[in-house]
Design a binder for this molecule. Structure first.
Ligand code: PMV
Length: 320
């Protein structure tokens, strides 16, 4: 009746932005990501007949505001007539600040909940359930380079290349720890309703996915760098042109982009990507990791730098 699971956040190289079905939380576009390694969320779920409501503790504190989403996710895995649960979550990186903590949290939650309830499930099924809670969480069920395809009646997620087959490092520059002003779900809806660029964004996504898939298949770093930066800036352009505008960046976000351009001019194999927050994630080959860390750590406004390789999908911890 108790299980513990661990999941890593993932960073999208070709982004998910926009929903085609907000009831079922289905994305309007496919996406490609890398699952991280050293950053993770550990989630314990204990089902307890003595409880009359769910309880949630995040990093040692009661987290009432996040409880409804967690309870809905538990219902989707175990059914509405399940036992109530005590859920404890610990992340070793800042949460709710654009570092994909909702992806690692819900990926770990579905694995721990299914195990605690003794439910036989497939990884595909768990990915679908995690995706209902947070679209990007579906990708954290898988390790390495992961593609989420939008298919007729849902999503289909799979590893397209193992992390060991093309080792890379991800250096995340944290420029603010403040919670985001607008949730990604609300911001997607604002974009869909008001951005003049939204329909073009949707139209071009299959092309960007194909380019990235090809680049990954032949390990062409330059091609992957170019399409990932383009796709990221296009997503943010959709947001900037929305009404009201959605701007997650701060001055340090832009300073980090300039640093990456300088590194590229000096021959470093590195590119940036930015999600629904002001942090800048730089993906680089292992031989360039030290200079990327040095450059970002010495950029005005960067509070800290977190580093990770590419890692595995969500899993139970020690059979617990
Ligand atoms: O999974 P959500 O609802 O937090 O949305 C994630 C959106 C982005 O992080 C901006 C892009 C992505 O594909 O992860």
């Amino acid at each position: 009746m108790r299980a513990i699971a661990r999941a890593q956040p993932n960073i999208a190289l070709i982004k998910y932005w926009g929903k085609r079905d907000s009831q079922r939380n289905l994305p309007a576009v496919g996406s490609i990501s890398v699952t991280l390694d050293e950053l993770y969320t550990t989630m314990a779920v204990a089902l307890d007949g003595a409880l009359d409501h769910d309880e949630l503790e995040v990093n040692g504190r009661a987290a009432q505001s996040m409880l409804p989403r967690v309870s809905r996710c538990l219902d989707s895995v175990l059914g509405g007539d399940r036992l109530r649960a005590r859920v404890t979550s610990e992340s070793n990186f800042p949460i709710a600040a654009g570092l994909a903590s909702s992806a690692s949290s819900f990926a770990a939650l579905v694995v721990a909940a299914a195990a605690a309830g003794g439910r036989e499930t497939t990884v595909d099924e768990l990915a679908g359930l995690a995706g209902r809670a947070s679209g990007s969480a579906a990708r954290s069920l898988y390790g390495g380079f992961v593609e989420l395809r939008n298919d007729a009646d849902g999503i289909d997620v799979a590893t397209i290349l193992d992390g060991e087959a093309w080792p890379m490092r991800v250096v995340a520059a944290v420029t603010s720890r403040a919670p985001k002003p607008v949730s990604s779900g609300d911001a997607m809806e604002i974009s869909r309703r008001t951005s003049p660029f939204y329909s073009r964004w949707i139209e071009e996504q299959d092309m960007d996915l194909a380019t990235a898939r090809d680049a990954i298949a032949v390990r062409d770093f330059g091609k992957l760098a170019s399409i990932a930066e383009h796709n990221c800036l296009k997503m943010h352009s959709v947001m900037w042109a929305s009404r009201p505008p959605v701007v997650y960046w701060n001055a340090a976000t832009l300073a980090c982009l300039e640093r990456v351009r300088e590194l590229q001019a000096q021959g470093a194999a590195a590119f940036f990507t930015i999600d629904a927050g002001p942090q800048v994630k730089v993906i680089c080959l292992p031989e360039d990791e030290t200079r990327v860390i040095d450059a970002l750590s010495n950029t005005d406004g960067v509070e800290t730098v977190l580093v990770s390789g590419i890692g595995p999908g969500a899993a139970r911890v020690n059979g617990d």
